[in-house]
Design a binder for this molecule. Sequence first.
Ligand SMILES: [Zn+2]
Length: 339
Amino acid sequence: MSQQTSLIQSEIDYDRDGKQTGFLRLPYSVHRSAYGWIPVPIVMFKNGAGPTALMMSGNHGDEYEGQIALTKLSQSLAAGDIQGRLIILPMANYPAAHAGLRTSPFDAGNLNRSFPGDPQGTPTEMIAHYIEEILMPLCDYFFDLHSGGSSLRYPATVLRKRGDTAEQEAALEALQMSFDAPFGFIFGGGGSGGGDPRVSSAAAHRKGVLGLSTELGGSGTITPAVLALAERGVKRLLHHIGLLLAYEPDAARGMRGMELTGPEYFVYARDEGLFEPYVDLMAEVKKGDAAGAIHHPETPWVAPTICHFEHDGLVICERIPARVERGDCLFHLATDIGN
Ligand SMILES: [Zn+2]
């Protein structure tokens, strides 16, 4: 299998200066369209020498904050505003984003569990391969805008990995700070994909590209406050890396630096039923505190199952739907760095 070939055809010439818009054409031959292609939207701004950044959202299709922020950015910028090259994929897993679903309705693919992908695989695997093997090698920076999606909610948060060297650690920390979200955390394991080689941040790491991701709100909707932080953060980030030098960031408000170091930061449903949370997002909790109760209205005479926190920390993520099954994530925590 060649790592460099893809059946996806880009309508964008990555070497040409100016603003270009179009689609990545992913061949998809189905009953209603024998010679059809899936249109993954792409926008590129290029103006002379400078860094290249890939900024994407819609990796998970039901995460809307980034999709709106990057759509607005695509319309507000002109090529002359950029020093270098900015590639934008607002609906990276287009079939999922078009359907408003986390995963693709065409192949059930979760793009963020599909890297490094397969150039001859399912649509989701082909997109993953194109991003990792065709786009990332062009890039110095990679930003993947996620949110909690339909099932989870976060405050505006910027995530990063730890750097491999002191120099890389400093660069990643500065990138994270530049976004100026109220919370930033370093993930080191557990259900959010830390350590998983199939996530986009692992792909960026393999390609030597400095990357960040976000968790901006969620619950399948948009709030004005989080969207404003997303739009502001994206421009601050682009300014920080020298791509958008004309932008004048306002004063930084400060980020609370957190970390997430292991599976004990997560609370999972141990049973199925209806979940009654005992705490709200942003609560400070202690190891052993009750997190909530899972009720069993099918057998209302059976006592609820009580779930507990297994670590001290700040509740930085909560589940949205009340109906739960065994294995669903109910909450996860983060702790101040060094605690
Ligand atoms: Zn996501």
